[in-house]
Design a protein around this ligand. Structure first.
Ligand code: NDP
Ligand code: X2W
Length: 338
């Protein structure tokens, strides 16, 4: 029998994608799918694409509904997971996709989120040096924010290699609307989003302290842009070089070395630029590099599916590690295209 996984917040976008991945997973089975407003509703009614879950209903998000599982995945709004997690038996394995347990620094938490700081769990990005083993040993893992995944994967090896300045990093990143969740919000109306690109939370995005913590950057300008598409993130990260005469090939060598054994991170062939469409439905991050000689900046561009490697895919990747399963089980590096 497979490991039993409960999903708290399974009626949302990220939870729905976790359900989809679990229906195709060889070793994991769904112990419970819980919801808030949709408690009692058939899963098929809320997620009509999940045909094999016909006959399964969402239950309410309670301690009882989650206690029986081998591992609990939480895809709840910020501020909802910490209290619930604290009520579960101490040894319960949990992967939390919300932000409640990501930040070590309580001041940074207070600057960007509301409510008390719940403390930090093991950070769920296995591609960071040393992190894979920590995740495998952990009972509690804080999965990564969607922009933070793309940006950190592009940035961290450059800073770790000492070829870029941690004090001078600029990121502009576009996201599809599913990154904002499924709750009705006026700025997400089709009439507002269609045919338009909109910056938001300019200079004030909650992923800034998370990216700094994960990548080692000390000063970071981050501008997110809402894009008229349901899924995908394209992050363009530029960094001031800290060594003279750096070439694009030097940067490419650093990233290629960092990710040569990674199943889900690809440095694309020279001249091929990441596109969100190529990552859809996958757990992949695609990277490409260039040197802007005129501006003297390293450019690294990253694409992910915000619901894939940006959310449900990385959560399943962490769950696999925590349960001693092959890290890639139930996940694909291949996307859906066109
Ligand atoms: N969407 C994305 O790309 C990413 C999301 N995340 C994070 O994952 C979490 C989920 O995101 P997403 O799926 O987009 O959000 P959604 O708004 O789509 O889903 C939220 C889920 O939480 C439930 N919920 C809502 N309010 C409450 C509450 N007060 N108490 C308990 N449950 C509640 C909802 O239930 P119901 O609908 O039944 O009311 C639903 O199941 C968030 O913390 C988000 O920041 C992280 C990375 C990427
Ligand atoms: C398009 C959009 O609104 N995206 C969300 C990011 C969602 C996400 O990654 O979630 P966490 O906040 O859990 O990190 C935002 O910018 O706030």
């Amino acid at each position: 029998m497979g490991h039993r996984v409960a999903i708290a917040g399974a009626s949302g976008y990220a939870g729905g994608e976790v359900l989809r991945l679990l229906t195709g997973h060889p070793e994991l089975e769904i112990a419970a799918a819980t919801a808030h407003g949709h408690a009692g509703a058939p899963v098929n009614q809320v997620h009509p694409h999940l045909r094999t879950l016909a006959g399964v209903d969402f239950t309410a998000t309670t301690v009882e509904a989650l206690s029986d599982a081998d591992l609990v995945i939480m895809t709840l709004p910020h501020g909802q997971s910490a209290e619930l997690a604290a009520q579960l038996p101490a040894g319960t394995k949990i992967v939390d996709l919300g932000a409640d347990h990501r930040l070590v620094d309580a001041e940074a938490w207070s600057a960007y989120y509301s409510g008390p700081h719940a403390g930090a769990w093991t950070y769920g990005l296995p591609e960071l040096p040393g992190q894979r083993a920590k995740i495998a040993d952990a009972t509690k893992v804080a999965a990564t924010g969607c922009y933070a995944v793309a940006t950190t994967l592009a940035l961290a090896p450059v800073l770790a290699a000492g070829i870029g300045s941690p004090e001078d990093v600029v990121v502009v990143a576009a996201s599809g609307t599913s990154g904002a969740g499924r709750q009705a919000k006026p700025h997400l109306l089709a009439s507002e989003v269609s045919g338009s690109l909109t910056p938001y939370k300019v200079g004030a995005h909650q992923h800034v302290p998370e990216i700094k913590q994960a990548s080692g950057a000390t000063s970071l300008s981050f501008t997110p842009v809402l894009a008229p598409m349901p899924r995908g993130i394209l992050a363009t990260v530029t960094i001031r070089p800290s060594t003279a005469g750096l070439t694009g090939d030097d940067v490419r060598d650093v990233l290629s070395a960092a990710y040569q054994d990674e199943p889900f991170v690809s440095v694309l062939p020279e001249g091929v630029w990441p596109q969100t469409g190529a990552t859809l439905g996958s757990n992949s991050c695609h990277l490409q590099v260039a040197m802007d000689a005129d501006a003297d900046r390293i450019i690294v561009t990253a694409a992910v599916d915000n619901l894939g490697k940006g959310a449900a895919g990385q959560v399943v990747q962490c769950a696999n590690l925590m349960l001693g399963l092959p890290e890639t089980a139930g996940l694909s590096a291949n996307g859906v295209a066109p």
